[in-house]
Every structure is written in structure tokens, then in C-alpha cells.
Ligand binder design. Structure first.
Ligand code: NAD
Length: 475
């Protein structure tokens, strides 16, 4: 049975509350661990420690903070297999995928933030006429993270925050507390000054909200649903806390008529179904030229038959279960609504895959004739479900893609790269993936509209953790 405690002020301690969270393996429905269900008193202790530690941490030369990040990366690398196995148990991703992506991304985040900070520290401070512009670390950061890429989302905040000279109190998702606990062990072994990093596990209401409203928290960096993001923004408003909000998405993948379907479609499926569609930037709305619509459907169905859903420990498994029974029920309800509203089921369906009654399994599903007004076209499904919509003109495709409350990501496929870029520039999103280009963790990531505020990754992500100060007359 997996167990852990809170990590506050450089040591492991029990929560002030006896309550616990039972963590369920979504592949088996079995409880495999218990984590503390923290409370407001734990939050007070963690923030007090973070506030005490922050000025000293910020005063260190950048090279020392960078060296600490490098030690954390080396420590995590050494325990990567163990961390990957934990994540697989927590949220169901196939073990090979956990090793490759769920650990590969965090290791890169740590490296990229360290290098971005080294570059920034080497640059002269900006001078504007008689003013020198200096960067102050924002201060104490509350990091609140989701379960879908748990260590990735944590390190996307933690690495730049620590590099910049901020201290951090982390509240991971209640579904995935143990990979965060492993990271806390790594950080402990890396020898950071006490209080620079603190971990308080627990629920959004009992730990997240006290963090957001605490007067000593200077910035809230949140990744999660738009619903929770709205609540956090409202709670943070009275004290004008700095916010970085990475929220939901409902991103469109536009296939232009000159495309070679055989090259594009295998990747189009990955862009919608990888991690069982539990990716904020997944491309779940596929827009196809009407002339290619029938051929694309036939090819997609044939390709979909090669996707194996099953035991996440089996190396031949492409998709494990979704992260929880609650997530399974949400996906099934939205799928049902899609079929009721007139979408046509091409493959997959509402029922779990054959022989998978135990566990939170969902069949990878293709819906055709999805209309832009349907719930499956407007709401984030966060499951392995792709909707297909035909279009006649490029302008219509762009209009359908932009007809969304969200603006996180998008995709364009075209043989003519200039045409692809022309369409990409017209999309109102924070990023657009051209011809299946791999994720670049040095480029800015984030959303417009209801997909959030701020950017993560690379030097743009690092800049979020500074406040500019103008020293008038200093130059
Ligand atoms: P969620 O919003 O339910 O929870 C995310 C985190 O916020 C958890 O730690 C949760 O405990 C906490 N939380 C919930 N309510 C809170 C409150 N009122 N105050 C403070 N904290 C609160 O999201 P989830 O189900 O864990 O993750 C799925 C969602 O995350 C999807 O909507 C997905 O699009 C989004 N997401 C976005 C990105 C991105 O970068 N844009 C990345 C991954 C996931």
C-alpha cells in the first residue's frame, strides 16, 4: 500500500487533519494507496515556511538555483522508472507512455527552465533612457495541478518558479499525489533550503482554496478545468494576486484538400487519442474537406482498428483506462449526448471495450457528421473521442475552428506549407500544430479566450515568475 506524508519546511510531517484520500488504480478499481487530505492549518504552515524561505532563495546567485534544478533533474532521472510506474497506477497511462512522455516531459522542463534562467542571468538589465528595468521574483507561488500529465504539469510550474527565485507550495491533483511525493523526495535529497518547496496534498476545496486566498501567496499558477479556473480567478481577485491559468481546450484540426491522407490520418488519431484524449491540447475536432470526407472516414476506421485498449502494463497497449470511474462516466455521458444529437458512430461507442468491465476503460471512438452546435463539438470531453465535421471552403473551416469558447490549440495539415501557415495564422488559439510537428517545450504554451491567462514553457514561461521594477534615474 502506497503511503505518504506532507512535505513542509524541509521535512516530512503529518497533516493537522486525520482525514485521508484513497487513491484508486483505474485499471483495476482497487485502492492502492492513501495520501493525507490536507487542511487549512497545513496550508498556513506551508505558506509561512515558503514566505520565510523566499527572500534567501531569491538572493542566491542564479547559478546556485540552476545547480539545484540540475540536481533535481538528475535525481528524478535516477528514479524515472519508479515514477513512471506510479503515474501508471495513479492515472492509467500505459507504462511505456509514462516512461516516454509522463517522465520525458518533466525531465525536459527542468532542463529548459535551468537553461532559460542561465540565458536570462547572462543578459544585461534593460535600460530605457534614465531607467534601469530590473526583475524581481514574484514571491510565494501556489501551484495547483491536474492529473492528466501530473509530473509534467508540476514541473512546468516548479522549474521556472524555482529558477526565478520564487518559493512554491504545491497542491497536486487528489488522483495523483504519489508522483508529487516522489518528486518531493528527490527535492529533499537535492538539498534545497527548507521551505523553498512544500507539498500539501488534498482536495481543491480544502487545500486549493485556502492557498488561493492566503494573503502571503503572491501568485497562483493553476492548470486544470475552466470551471475551477473561474472559481480561482474570483477567489484571487480581492487581493489582486498574479494568476497564470492553463485551462481547458476544444481544439480543431483542419485538414486542407491537398493533403496526403495516408500520411496525415495516423497522426490525426494520435493527436486526438494519445493519453486517452486526456490532454488539454488534444485535437478532438477534425475538419475535413467534403471531397475527402468519405475516403477519410474509411481510412480512419481502418486505422482505428489497430489501436489496442487494455492493461497499461502490457507493452502492446496503446490506451489504458481513463483516469477514474468519474472521468469514464463523464466521457460516456458526452458520447451519449453526441449520438442523441445526431452524430454518427463510426467506431467505438459508449460501452466499455469487450472484456473490460473492471476498470475505467473507454473505447477509442470516432463520431462523424458532428455539427458545431452539438455538445460534443463545444465541450471538452477529455476522453478518446474524435468528432469529424465536413467543410466546403477554407473560410468555413477557419470559422468552425474559431467558433469555440476555448482557444488553446489547433492543427493544420497541408502539402503546401505556405497554405498551412496562412490558415494557422487565422486561428484564435495559443498554438497551432502544423503537419503533426512534435511538441516544442521551449515555445510558449497557453490559451486565449476561456483557455486561460499566461504562458508556460521556455523563456516565456520563466518570465511569468518575475515582476518588473523600473528604477527611475538608475541609468
Ligand atoms: P480540475 O480543475 O478538476 O482540478 C485541477 C486541480 O485543481 C486539482 O488539483 C484540483 O484539486 C484543484 N481544484 C479544483 N477545484 C479547485 C478550487 N475551487 N480551488 C482550488 N483548487 C481547485 O481539473 P482535472 O480534472 O484535474 O484536470 C482536467 C482539466 O485540466 C481539463 O479541463 C483539462 O483541459 C485541464 N488541463 C489544462 C491544461 C493546460 O495546460 N491548459 C493541461 C492539462 C489539463
Amino acid at each position: 500500500m502506497q503511503q505518504q506524508r506532507l512535505y513542509v519546511d524541509g521535512r516530512w510531517r503529518d497533516s493537522a487533519s486525520p482525514a485521508t484520500i484513497e487513491v484508486v488504480d483505474p485499471a483495476t478499481d482497487e485502492v492502492f494507496g492513501v495520501a493525507p487530505r490536507g487542511c487549512a492549518a497545513d496550508v498556513d504552515a506551508a505558506i509561512a515556511a515558503a514566505a520565510r524561505a523566499q527572500p534567501g532563495w531569491a538572493a542566491l546567485p542564479a547559478a546556485e538555483r540552476i545547480a539545484a534544478l540540475d540536481r533535481i533533474r538528475a535525481g528524478l532521472q535516477a528514479r524515472a522508472d519508479e515514477a513512471a510506474a506510479l503515474i501508471t497506477r495513479e492515472m492509467g497511462a500505459p507504462l511505456w507512455f509514462s516512461r516516454q512522455a509522463q517522465l520525458g516531459l518533466p525531465l525536459k522542463n527542468l532542463e529548459i527552465a535551468a537553461r532559460a534562467m542561465a540565458q536570462l542571468a547572462a543578459q544585461p538589465e534593460e535600460v530605457i533612457a534614465s531607467t534601469r528595468v530590473v526583475r524581481d521574483p514574484v514571491g510565494v507561488v501556489a501551484a495547483i495541478t491536474p492529473w492528466n500529465f501530473p509530473l509534467h504539469q508540476i514541473t512546468a510550474k516548479l522549474a521556472p518558479a524555482l529558477a526565478a527565485g520564487c518559493s512554491v507550495v504545491l497542491k497536486p491533483s487528489e488522483l495523483t499525489p504519489f508522483d508529487a511525493g516522489l518528486l518531493a523526495e528527490v527535492i529533499d535529497a537535492a538539498g534545497l533550503p527548507p521551505g523553498v518547496f512544500n507539498l500539501v496534498s488534498g482536495s481543491g476545496a480544502e487545500v486549493g482554496e485556502p492557498l488561493v486566498t492566503h494573503p502571503l501567496v503572491d501568485m497562483v499558477s493553476f492548470t486544470g478545468s475552466t470551471t475551477a479556473g473561474r472559481r480561482i480567478a474570483a477567489l484571487a481577485a480581492p487581493l489582486m494576486k498574479k494568476l497564470a491559468l492553463e485551462l481547458g481546450g476544444k481544439s480543431a484540426n483542419i485538414v486542407l484538400p491537398d493533403v496526403a491522407l495516408a500520411q496525415a490520418l495516423p497522426v490525426v488519431l494520435k493527436q486526438g487519442w494519445a493519453n486517452s484524449g486526456q490532454a488539454c491540447a488534444c485535437l478532438s475536432r477534425v475538419l475535413l474537406p467534403r471531397a475527402l470526407y468519405a475516403a477519410a472516414q474509411a481510412q480512419l476506421v481502418a486505422l482505428a482498428a489497430q489501436w489496442r485498449v487494455g492493461d497499461p502494463l502490457d507493452p502492446d497497449t496503446q490506451l489504458g483506462p481513463v483516469a477514474s470511474r468519474a472521468q469514464q462516466a463523464r466521457v460516456q455521458a458526452l458520447l451519449r449526448s453526441g449520438i442523441e444529437q445526431g452524430a454518427r458512430l463510426l467506431c467505438g461507442g459508449v460501452e466499455p471495450p469487450a472484456g473490460r468491465a473492471r476498470g475505467a476503460y473507454v473505447q477509442p471512438t470516432l463520431l462523424a457528421d458532428v455539427q458545431p452546435w452539438m455538445r460534443v463539438a463545444r465541450e471538452e470531453i477529455f476522453g478518446p473521442v474524435i468528432g469529424l465535421t465536413p467543410y466546403d471552403e477554407e473560410d468555413e473551416a477557419v470559422a468552425i475552428a474559431n467558433d469555440s469558447d476555448y482557444g488553446l490549440s489547433g492543427g493544420v495539415w497541408a502539402a503546401d506549407r505556405a497554405a498551412a501557415e496562412r490558415v494557422a495564422r487565422r486561428l484564435r488559439t495559443g498554438q497551432v500544430v502544423i503537419n503533426g510537428s512534435p511538441l516544442n517545450l521551449q515555445a510558449p504554451f497557453g490559451g486565449v479566450k476561456q483557455s486561460g491567462i499566461g504562458r508556460e514553457y521556455g523563456h516565456h514561461g520563466l518570465h511569468e515568475y518575475f515582476a518588473l521594477k523600473a528604477l527611475q534615474g538608475a541609468a
